[in-house]
Write a protein that binds this ligand. Structure first.
Ligand code: UD2
Length: 308
């Protein structure tokens, strides 16, 4: 049994990662400040004897280090973040604190307490507007938001500290993650969570543009497993966490609508400004470095999301 710290434990990806680590027989100290995380996401974990929930702010100096000093830690899985691109544009100072200063605190905790590995929630946003698909990790990185810039800066902080102080850092560049517990409440929430909520309320969805835009949608269950694998990795590096499969928004609507017979037809609105048309990752580096391949098909992932 290994012992892990998960930051952002009550969030969407955090809570699934906690569940996955506990199921694999490990013990977990979960940190969250509940800014966007929700206690109900941890309903199962909170009944588990190997789980401890700590209300703490990862960006607060010494907070993570204090917890890492209590007992030997095999890995810190750092998922706490400001997760909204528009919020990072509206509040770049908060983005700096939650997405860069917090990472520095995690690196410090790993250095001081000899933590063997740090796993980091990076994003496809580090690439910006791709010129060539599928995106490989060697593609040029030109973030186009404070959020993307902070993810890239955090990767550099962790990889530099890992090389200097002898721990392993794994930067996981998540693509479009979907699944249960994703918060649909903002217009910029993941499109699948918004569509699910609308269909369940018997309302039509709105497609921004013509629906031909495509994404590399990956189930949160696969993402949690990728985090578990990264927590056992022996070399530092970056890897896309994606499926390598491209799905149009139109195809998502068709598949979701199958589960909601009689639901109103989609409405169409203007394409969202700043949207990219297509996004697709190459999954090869994750396979080579972690032995990770996405296993949950889109159909299965959507059925799981709907509880079918
Ligand atoms: C993803 C990330 C974002 C950032 C970005 C970088 C998510 C949730 N967001 O944004 O954080 O990393 O990639 O490129 O993973 N749409 C509709 N109707 C709606 C809502 C959305 O048509 O009600 C469209 C939207 O205009 C876009 C597509 O659905 O074309 C996907 O939108 P999204 O916000 O889920 O994800 P994305 O790829 O824009």
């Amino acid at each position: 049994m290994a012992h892990f710290i998960v930051t952002g434990a009550a969030g969407f990806i955090g809570s699934h990662s906690v569940d996955c680590l506990l199921e694999a027989g490990h013990s977990v100290a979960g940190l969250d400040n509940f800014r966007t995380g929700r206690r109900e996401n941890l309903a199962a974990a909170l009944t588990h004897p190997q789980f401890e929930l700590i209300e703490a702010d990862v960006a607060a100096p010494g907070a993570v280090a204090g917890i890492a000093g209590r007992r030997p830690v095999d890995a810190i899985i750092h998922l706490a973040a400001l997760v909204s691109v528009p919020e990072s544009i509206a509040n770049p100072a908060l983005n700096f604190s939650l997405n860069i200063e917090a990472t520095q605190q995690v690196a410090e905790a790993a250095r001081i307490h000899g933590v063997r590995r740090v796993i980091f929630a990076s994003s496809a946003a580090v690439y910006g507007n791709a010129t060539q698909l599928p995106l490989a990790e060697t593609a040029e990185m030109r973030p186009i938001s404070p959020y993307g810039a902070a993810k890239l800066a955090s990767e550099a902080i962790l990889l530099g500290h890992a090389a200097a102080y002898g721990f392993v850092a794994r930067c996981q560049r998540y693509f479009n993650v979907f699944g249960p517990r994703q918060d649909p409440s903002s217009p910029y929430s993941g499109v699948i969570s918004i569509f699910q909520q609308r269909y369940q309320a018997g309302q039509p969805v709105t497609i921004f543009g013509d629906g031909t835009q495509s994404r590399d949608f990956i189930s949160v269950r696969d993402v949690a497993r990728a985090n578990l694998l990264a927590a056992q990795a022996t070399t530092s590096g970056v890897a896309n966490i994606c499926t390598g499969r491209s799905t149009s928004l139109q195809a998502i609507v068709t598949e979701l609508a199958r589960h909601f017979p009689g639901v109103p037809a989609p409405r169409y609105g203007d394409a969202r400004s700043g949207d990219i048309l297509h996004s697709l990752g190459s999954p090869e580096a994750a396979w080579r470095a972690l032995g990770f391949r996405a296993e949950v098909s889109l159909e299965t992932g959507l059925a799981e999301l709907l509880g079918r």
